[in-house]
Unconditional design. Structure first.
Length: 165
């Protein structure tokens, strides 16, 4: 039997055995609509462009909570109930109580503006000049003023945007 044929056989066998594990994991996912109130907003950047943002606040929160903020060029990928699949990566943190905020970067998916891969750093003398940093700053500034929180923050930027830093 050729090496290629053996590799194909191993892949098919693994797929058969791992498929039930994957299906079980999908069925064990929590119903995010029961855990979070979702708010969609278009947050204005300093040049007037609006950035599509989804805010997930835990239902029945009794205190202000920290915010986890993630920006992505890859879309928010809502599930059948309209909740971002990005919540999955934070499932272990959910019992601790966080507000999760996801945002499409400029020019991608629900956000306005023109997408530029490796956007140059802005001219600091121009108050309307933009880059990934100013969009992040403007969003955090808006969130601080509009979303009750406890002043604790974490910000995550997907790999593509982080490569331009």
């Amino acid at each position: 039997m050729s090496l290629l044929r053996r590799c194909q056989l191993v892949c098919v066998t693994l797929s058969i055995f791992l498929l039930p594990v994957r299906l079980a994991a999908q069925q064990d996912r929590p119903d995010y609509s029961k855990l979070f109130d979702k708010t969609e907003v278009m947050i204005p950047a300093r040049d007037g462009i609006k950035l599509h943002t989804e805010i997930y606040s835990p239902k029945n929160a009794t205190e202000t909570l920290p915010i986890i903020f993630e920006r992505t060029p890859y879309g928010l990928n809502d599930d059948e109930k309209g909740f971002s699949r990005k919540l999955r990566r934070y499932e272990e943190m959910m019992p601790d109580g966080y507000i999760f905020v996801f945002q499409d970067i400029r020019g991608r998916y629900g956000s306005e503006g023109k997408f530029v891969m490796q956007r140059p750093v802005r001219d600091p003398k121009n108050s309307k000049a933009i880059d990934e940093g100013t969009d992040t700053y403007d969003t955090i500034d808006w969130l601080v003023k509009n979303v009750p929180h406890n002043n604790a923050w974490a910000c995550w930027v997907s790999r593509m945007a982080a490569g331009s830093r």
